[in-house]
Design a protein around this ligand. Structure first.
Ligand code: HEM
Length: 295
């Protein structure tokens, strides 16, 4: 297997690892990895952020990002060059998660130098430095954790801790209320007793924001780019879907709100088809990858 391909797999495993090393990687203490004692109260307090009612409330924000996406696509389509859809959808979902969960305009679509998009790329990039970190982390976690006291945190870690602490402080000082993910973290910071006897640090709060950011932009954007890929391969499906959307657009006078989109059955099938095709591919991808590691 080619080297870059192995690195890609390694960098992803590095991200979803469930080993918590608070000194070396403060952001590793996130929901996905936490032990039951801290996971249970945090999960209970944070999960209401994505109920279906909340999703409906967020719809106008998602739709606004969709308008930016259309503008961006018009711009790149004019160039008449191939479009990197993976990057395109990652920019879109970065803007969505920024707006919905953090109340921050991330400008991933409108600004090529968006800090958040840069961090999103860095999390998944495979570099020699990342591979080395991963190897030491896997083989000598105790040494890695000790080194964490000496080596300064990575750019990504520093960035997320700073952004979350500053955003919470800003809202506190200016009395901004948005009832989003940041407000939930803010509430926990004000009333740490709601979490029982667990120690609530800025690092623990930032780690939850970090996993929401990563899980929020990466999963949805890979699903969307896979859907675009499948549609490019299946002209008939693409035409049918376009027809359904055009019809709905006329029927609802251009008002494609949450309830109206939910009525699009063919769109739902395309989404479900993409997700299951992706799962099958992931399964084989990992089977063959691990097979290859052992040879
Ligand atoms: C196509 C979209 C998505 C897929 C396929 C997906 C899939 C998953 C899966 C399989 C899990 C682990 C199972 C579990 O703990 O229940 C998980 C956990 C999680 N996901 Fe997603 N997800 C998606 C979108 C999102 C989005 C948009 C967010 C947030 C904005 C998000 C945040 C999380 C978080 C925080 C966890 C950890 C939950 C915990 O352990 O308590 N995910 N996701």
């Amino acid at each position: 297997m080619q080297f870059w391909y192995k690195n890609l797999i390694l960098s992803r495993i590095y991200l979803i690892t469930i080993l918590i090393l608070p000194q070396a990687e403060p952001l590793s203490q996130h929901l996905f990895a936490l032990e039951p004692k801290r996971w249970r109260p945090l999960r209970t307090k944070l999960s209401p952020v994505f109920t279906s009612g909340k999703l409906k409330e967020m719809f106008s924000l998602i739709s606004e990002c969709g308008d930016y996406l259309v503008k961006y696509m018009e711009k790149i389509a004019d160039k008449n060059e191939p479009v990197e859809c993976r990057e395109l959808t990652a920019k879109y979902t970065t803007d969505v998660i920024g707006s919905c969960a953090f109340g921050i305009e991330m400008h991933a679509l409108s600004n090529e130098d968006s800090e958040f998009r840069k961090m999103g790329r860095k999390i998944f990039v495979s570099s020699w430095k990342n591979i080395l970190r991963l190897r030491i982390r896997q083989m000598f976690p105790w040494l890695y954790e000790v080194l964490g006291h000496i080596v300064s945190p990575t750019d990504v870690t520093k960035f997320f801790i700073r952004v979350i602490v500053e955003t919470i402080d800003y809202r506190e000082t200016n009395n901004v209320i948005r009832n989003d993910f940041i407000d939930m973290l803010r509430e926990l910071k004000k009333h740490p007793d709601k979490l029982g006897d667990i120690e609530l640090t800025d690092h623990l709060l930032a780690a939850q924001a970090f996993v929401f950011f990563v899980a929020g932009f990466e999963t949805s954007s890979t699903t969307m780019s896979n859907a675009l890929y499948e549609l490019a391969l299946n002209q008939k499906v693409q035409d049918n879907l376009r027809e359904e959307i055009d019809e709905a657009y006329v029927k609802y006078n251009g008002d494609l709100k949450y309830e109206n989109i939910k009525k699009m059955n063919y769109l739902d099938k395309v989404f479900k088809g993409t997700s299951s095709a992706k799962k099958v591919r992931c399964f084989f991808f990992f089977c063959f990858s691990f097979n290859d590691f052992t040879t």
